[in-house]
Design a protein around this ligand. Sequence first.
Ligand code: ATP
Ligand code: MG
Length: 404
Amino acid sequence: MSERPAGRIVPPEALTGPAAGAVVAALAADGAEVRFVGGCVRDALLGRDVEDVDIATPDRPDAVLALLERAGIKGAPTGLAHGTVTAVADGRPFQVTTLRIDVETDGRHAEVAFTDSFEADAARRDFTINAMSLDPSGDLFDYVGGRADLDAGRVRFVGDAGARIAEDYLRVLRYFRFLARYGRGLPEPSAVEACRDAAGKLGRLSAERIQTEMLKTLGAPNPAPAVELMRETGVLRAVLPEAGPSDVLLALVGIDDRDPLRRLAALAPSGGRALAARLKLPNAMAERLAALSPPLLKPPSSLSSSARRRMLYDLGVSLFRDLVLLAWAADRDGAAPRWRAMLDEAHRWERPELPVRGGDVLAAGVTEGPDVGRLLAEIENWWRERDFLPDRRACLDRLSDLAP
Ligand code: ATP
Ligand code: MG
């Protein structure tokens, strides 16, 4: 290899284990030089968990598919237009992308051309910390100073911020996402100004892309400074006009709650179903966001233990937890131990099961039909009001009192 690496590291197991090893071996079988690229290299350098593994190769996608097939590895053409094939080894996905350069961009879509230069491929990536590549043996290639930026907590565009943003406005949101996750100290004024200048253009972005970036930003350990900078530059208003003040979000961060959707509910408390629809959230997340918006159930920390159990029964553990955490975050002078105890109790709680069923109602002489459900509901309510204590015997007695 003629190129000189910038350094050497010991790649983590996610990049050297049997699955990654098999994919790399398959792709290199024709002599191609393949490297890990992007986020997995960045996170490997930081010693953080590597989740998605991206691999780059000079081979074209059809050759990649053939090489995988020859090695008995499943390959799916997930993004052929962009040169991406997903290889699945040991049930784990690996994105294999042909080295590329962007030839034409209009702020939303890029027309790509393939290349065999890792350096050219690095130049079209968004931030220096995302533009490094790593040879499977541990040689690190860093054409744009990504490692120094990573060490310093600098999120820096590859090239001129304004020009790179004009190619793809999503990069504004990605800037804040990576700032939240990897930034330290003051952000670069030129990058911030370029984001501010582009705020008016963000309306063009698709809901799905806004959703992904917003949730990833909110999922950072402490997204609050990045969110405040988004607000200050007009970016937040452009992509999340539903956003209110940040105090509840700040409090949630303070109690170390990392759930991005809960954080979204804290930042945009009135968003609810309309926000979920606008961001095209998947159904389960949309339902959850709707349940976390007005009229919001606010469990007080002073709730009696039997009322807590009833609430858990009615809402289920996960919605109960959501509501407790939001109420805690909104509780300015709340006593943390009480809130914490509520969460611990929810964690330990086992859902009690009504000790009688439809069959028992029929056996009591009720004819099949809506009466069965109505009677069962009545008994369930009675049992619930008694803190779920009545046993089967007591419930059957109650049933014979109620049955006509
Ligand atoms: P994460 O760990 O959050 O997935 P990531 O760095 O892997 O972070 P992805 O969105 O998965 O981020 O993208 C993979 C890589 O592709 C990035 O590291 C970057 O090099 C490049 N990339 C992705 N989106 C863009 C973009 N809009 N413009 C330029 N480069 C991009
Ligand atoms: Mg990734």
